[in-house]
Design a protein around this ligand. Structure first.
Ligand SMILES: C[S@@+](CC[C@H](N)C(=O)[O-])C[C@H]1O[C@@H](n2cnc3c(N)ncnc32)[C@H](O)[C@@H]1O
Length: 264
């Protein structure tokens, strides 16, 4: 049992583990042990593939418990209804949800381009009296849960859920309105940088930009890439990099990086 899975993600009543190949034949035993050790866990899921596709979903296998996958997750005083088999959600991003939400000022207009079930948008709205957050996602199930979560957290009117492709939504109705844009789609965000710049007010604003990068200095690498894209594709300028940090190791030698960018 030297390789008993050491990292367990908890989403509401669900525990998610990665079973190493050498424990494959004991996965039910692992699942039962997790159920026994964690009283609030009712379903244990084993990862059965990578996060993939437009909706950023992962396949799971039920290895113990009831198999019920719709749950209620609590984070920083907010509640999120979600089903991890239908929508993206990672408790490993909780620090980022809080870090970004705590930078938003009263009176701002925020666009959460890839909002999922709302962890950035809803925490932001719950933390401030006067804020408008346009929360966009292309996955109908994510928007269904987002709407439910807006109601559950009493942030109706402050968070506006929008089903659709972020680029199209910005072009059609959100040009030049935002003080701040959140871009949490690390594998593809660079394709949407021009849209994010288009969404910012003419006077400029802040972009929270996520991307995966490897190599010796992933933060500097992403910084150079994004500065170039902002200039070449959007005709704007990154006037300051307010912060840059490694969020988590997404794969061996590959980091999820976040940059907070002031764009003029
Ligand atoms: C990595 S998840 C992040 C979700 C959420 N921000 C969070 O932290 O839990 C990216 C989300 O972007 C959505 N998405 C992918 N392409 C999109 C697009 N073109 N326009 C809007 N949403 C998109 C996916 O459905 C997914 O919910």
């Amino acid at each position: 049992m030297a390789s008993f899975p050491c990292s367990i993600d908890f989403i509401g009543h669900i525990a998610i583990v990665e079973i190493p190949p050498e424990l494959e034949e004991y996965k039910e035993v692992v699942g039962e042990a997790i159920l026994k050790a964690h009283k609030r866990v009712r379903t244990v899921l084993a990862k059965a593939g990578a996060v993939e596709g437009t909706y950023r979903l992962r396949k799971f296998e039920v290895i113990a418990g009831s198999g019920e996958t719709e749950t209620v997750h609590r984070e920083f005083g907010c509640i999120y209804h979600l089903d991890p088999t239908k929508v993206y959600f990672s408790p490993r991003l909780s620090h980022e949800h809080h870090r970004v939400a705590s930078q938003v000022q009263e009176g701002e207009t925020v666009i959460d381009m890839f909002a999922g079930v709302g962890p950035f948008s809803i925490l932001t709205a719950k933390s401030l009296k006067s804020v408008k957050v346009y929360a966009i996602d292309v996955n109908p199930d994510a928007v269904k849960y987002l709407e439910r979560n807006i109601a559950a957290n009493r942030v109706e009117g402050k968070v506006v859920p929008i089903l659709g492709d972020a680029r199209k939504v910005v072009a059609e109705k959100l040009k030049g309105v935002a003080d701040r844009v959140i871009m949490n789609l690390p594998e593809k965000a660079f394709e949407y940088v021009a849209a994010a710049c288009e969404a910012l007010k003419p006077s400029g604003g802040i972009i929270h930009y996520y991307e995966f990068a490897g190599g010796d200095n992933p933060i500097k690498k992403v910084e150079a890439k994004i500065k170039k894209i902002v200039e070449e594709r959007a005709g704007r300028k990154v006037s300051k990099v307010l912060a840059g940090r490694l969020v988590r190791e997404a794969a061996p030698y590959t980091w999820q990086v976040v940059l907070d960018l002031k764009v003029e």
